[in-house]
Design a binder for this molecule. Structure first.
Ligand SMILES: Cc1cc2nc3c(=O)[nH]c(=O)nc-3n(C[C@H](O)[C@H](O)[C@H](O)COP(=O)(O)OP(=O)(O)OC[C@H]3O[C@@H](n4cnc5c(N)ncnc54)[C@H](O)[C@@H]3O)c2cc1C
Length: 283
């Protein structure tokens, strides 16, 4: 859930919108919508396949964060002590107390430790609890190249967001069609997982023209470009292990994240909630 600032407004270049299917997440979205942190998204969503366009009906409400997607995370972190820009390189347990390395926070260590990072990044940190590490090694994420593009004029299409099939793009969305965003013609395009994997190590400048070319297969008359940047997500959408979360209650060591449960914003939330529900009684 990330937002990039461009010259002419912002781009949500990761998660696009999210849905709430579970009553526990619905309760949160309803509260945060009332607090002005989330807003429903009512844009026109379509499926484009080999030039054939079909509208996609909403099975449930779609939400976006305000003023950008991270609005939801900021609201949840509001009452917590947060340390930003700290990369955790390792974790250790001494005399039953957990610490992160390099050391930050509490000198006496912590009662419990929870990793909430993608599986590939959780793996080297979880080797201290081998049973958990073996499960973490099964977690999967697909990569995704994202293009953020601003055009001089509206793209001549009858939709604001589209699932795309048959070209190297999987998704495109008019970012400026979301509530609370600056006006303008800003689009976020996501390459397919296959194309992203095959081109993962390209420089981002080299990806820009390739994804614009893929866009031309969907929209032949693309208006002149004002700015464009590409971002490489190494660990994007996850198929999800369907285990909810991982916990060694005796060691008080847990792992959560979308990839444990279901690879969506709601899956990430429910994974954390489930871990809290199982860990807190052990403390
Ligand atoms: C391109 C893309 C499109 C998506 N589209 C949608 C969508 O439309 N709808 C939807 O519901 N979901 C979507 N998702 C998925 C959604 O964003 C994720 O499900 C959700 O963000 C997962 O949350 P998380 O907390 O599990 O992990 P993350 O959001 O990955 O957060 C993990 C955090 O841990 C940090 N971290 C990692 N390693 C370390 C370390 N060693 N030390 C310190 N910090 C570390 C990372 O920097 C990151 O900030 C999309 C994701 C991507 C990338």
């Amino acid at each position: 859930m990330a937002t990039r600032r461009g010259d002419g407004g912002t781009f949500d270049h990761g998660a696009q919108y999210f849905t709430a299917r579970d009553p526990r997440f619905q309760a949160l979205t309803q509260r945060l919508e009332a607090e002005g942190v989330l807003a429903p998204y009512h844009g026109r969503i379509a499926q484009w396949s080999a030039g054939v366009l079909k509208p996609v009906a909403a099975r449930e409400p779609r939400y976006v964060g305000l003023p950008g997607m991270p609005g939801l995370c900021k609201a949840l972190a509001q009452d917590m002590e947060m340390l930003y820009e700290q990369q955790v390189g390792g974790v250790e347990q001494k005399n039953g107390r957990w610490s992160v390395l390099p050391p930050v926070g509490n000198d006496d260590g912590f009662d419990a430790l929870v990793l909430a990072v993608p599986a590939v990044q959780a793996l080297p940190l979880s080797v201290v609890v081998p049973d958990i590490a073996a499960r973490v090694a099964q977690g999967r994420h697909h990569p995704c190249w994202a293009l953020m593009a601003r055009f001089e004029a509206p793209l001549p299409v009858d939709f604001d967001a589209g699932f795309v099939e048959g070209v190297n793009l999987g998704w495109m969305m008019r970012d400026s069609s979301k509530p609370g965003r600056a006006p303008g013609e800003r689009w976020v395009l996501h390459a397919t997982a296959e194309w992203s994997r095959a081109n993962l190590e390209l420089e981002s400048d080299a990806v820009v023209p390739l994804l614009l070319e893929a866009l031309r297969a969907v929209v032949p008359a693309v208006p002149p470009l004002i700015e464009a940047r590409a971002h490489r997500w190494r660990y994007a959408l996850s198929p999800g292990l369907g285990v909810g979360c991982l916990l060694d209650a005796q060691a008080r060591f847990g792992v959560c994240g979308d990839w444990c449960a279901d690879g969506r914003v709601e899956g990430a939330y429910l994974s954390g909630l489930e871990l809290a529900g199982r860990l807190l009684p052990a403390l």
